[in-house]
Design a protein around this ligand. Structure first.
Ligand SMILES: O=C(O)c1cc(=O)[nH]c(=O)n1[C@@H]1O[C@H](COP(=O)(O)O)[C@@H](O)[C@H]1O
Length: 284
């Protein structure tokens, strides 16, 4: 079955379930707080609980691959099952693997996550453009072919990101920063797409006023940083301005910390979803 483009599917999911993305980040400290061992059984129980509690309620999930890779092939098997179960429940999966390499190797990463019949096929993948945006071309092409999407790290939520992303490219005619140039590439990728394109940017919710950047890329903006990193849903309009309608806010620890009780997890996700909805509606 051919998939509709990721941007179309994501817009529909945001309209029906709301824009919240719950991150599945099984930190060792969370496994312990949930009374689970820092082992494959703990990882499996944790992941299954998140999936069973939230998969039918939340639009988007972002499993963080590193927390599964930590356990080797058996961890990857847990990740694979989670991706299948989440998608089966009608949620979209953004695989957070932050891949980035020279083009010929990038093609293999793309095969791993973006080829329709791959065991780890995901609706979208996080990628790093810091080997040059053009190195991502094989992933862009395969994503288009498969109806998948990408989230390209543009302005990350961590303070260290600025030394790369806010650096001004000396030969850029407009004197833009590297982060602004990445946003420009994404706007080109998404030009003319309706209701929006499939090539998103990662832009931290922690970054304060971003009005000096053109966030109007006609694509989604994945916004991590709410909850554990200190940003709140109420910050979103001030950070994103009119682009707030394309924002997919990610919360990982801020929700996960309420487990393992399924009701408490659902209530936490609902609280965040409502606060996000209120913040976005206030911009009307
Ligand atoms: O690409 C990401 O998802 C990402 C980009 C970024 O700029 N900052 C950021 O925190 N993330 C991820 O978003 C999640 C944030 O987790 P919490 O701080 O627990 O909500 C982690 O999985 C990070 O790896």
């Amino acid at each position: 079955m051919t998939l509709e483009p990721f941007g179309t599917r994501l817009r529909h999911a945001m309209d029906t379930r709301g824009p919240l993305c719950v991150g599945i980040d099984p930190h060792a400290s969370l496994l312990s707080a949930w009374g689970l061992g820092d082992d494959i059984n703990g990882l499996e129980r944790f992941t299954r609980t998140v999936v069973e509690s939230l998969a039918e309620h939340v639009a988007v999930f972002k499993p963080q691959s590193a927390f599964f890779e930590r356990f080797g092939s058996r961890g990857i098997a847990v990740l694979e099952q989670a991706v299948a179960d989440l998608r089966e429940a009608g949620a979209l999966v953004v695989m957070d693997a932050k891949r980035g390499d020279i083009g010929s190797t990038m093609a293999a990463y793309a095969e791993t996550y973006l080829r329709k019949d791959s065991p780890l096929f995901s609706d979208a993948l996080t990628v790093s453009p810091y080997l040059g945006y053009g190195s991502l071309r094989p992933a862009v092409e395969l994503a288009r072919e498969s109806g998948a999407g990408l989230f390209v790290l543009a302005l990350t939520s961590n303070p260290e990101g600025a030394e790369v992303q806010r650096a001004v490219r000396p030969d850029d005619p407009a004197g833009r920063t590297i982060g602004a140039i990445m946003l420009g590439h994404l706007a080109d990728e998404n030009a003319g797409e309706e209701p929006m394109g499939s090539f998103g940017a990662v832009v931290g919710a922690t970054l304060g006023d971003l009005s000096s950047f053109d966030l109007d890329i006609n694509g989604p903006l994945l916004a991590p940083g709410i909850g554990a990193q200190g940003a709140t849903p109420a910050d979103l309009p001030a950070v994103f301005g009119p682009a707030v309608r394309n924002v997919v806010p990610n919360v990982s620890r801020g929700v996960l910390t309420y487990g393992p009780d399924a009701t408490a997890l659902r209530e936490a996700a609902t609280r965040y979803a409502e606060e996000i909805q209120d913040a976005v509606a206030a911009t009307d």
